[in-house]
Write a protein that binds this ligand. Sequence first.
Ligand code: ADP
Length: 248
Amino acid sequence: PRTTPALLYLDAITVAFDGFRALNKLSFTIAPGEMRAIIGPNGAGKTTMMDVVTGKTKPDEGDVVFDGSHDLSSMDETQIATLGIGRKFQKPTVFESHTVEDNLRLALKADRRPRATLFWRDSSEERDRLDAILTTIRMTPDRGRLAGALSHGQKQWLEIGMLLAQEPKLLLVDEPVAGMTDAETMQTAELLREINRERSVVVVEHDMAFVRELGVKVTCLHEGSVIAEGSIDQVSENQRVVEVYLGR
Ligand code: ADP
């Protein structure tokens, strides 16, 4: 098996649906501790890329290696999650009739035992981790509120908190600021930067103001391949990127 210093290594990944290449020799790497923004127009292959990394879709060709030597193409979704890859989908799926705190408690307990219930007593370690996650997602004052009563932005943060309960090494986040207010968008950038102090993050995003605010390296996909990589300024001045976004 291939070994690499990268946390996530994709090399010449091809995924075809009925002969159409959603990913076409896609290659990029994420370093340990890095946060990366992935951009690209609709249909560029961003979702398919995340499906490959999480094991939902198997590549037809190419290598996908996690944390040095784990060949993800030979693992199922559960094994990959256990290795330390968490995925935040666009739509939040919190338990609306539970409080913020109970949503997080369930996530913390499920991390230990899949069929845990809220009736189990919290260990002191669980209480500490709960408090730490509430601080990270800035929801300590909201801990007793029902999740169903939260704003859209707060639900997104709560779901990110639930993923943090699994202590992923790599967090994949799909369009976190879609539907958020400007204030929530800026707070999300801050939140992700804080999370990035402890773990690697890949953010797929359309909102360029948000990507600029994140201030991290950007990879632009188009037709299943990388067409540009660098700072947001470098990428947004790249001629191919300009053409692709203007639809020429
Ligand atoms: P993005 O997330 O960047 O919008 P996707 O990864 O969703 O792009 O899609 C890339 C391309 O692959 C699109 O043209 C899409 O229509 C196609 N595609 C994605 N999933 C499937 C599928 N299950 N069957 C057929 N075509 C698909």
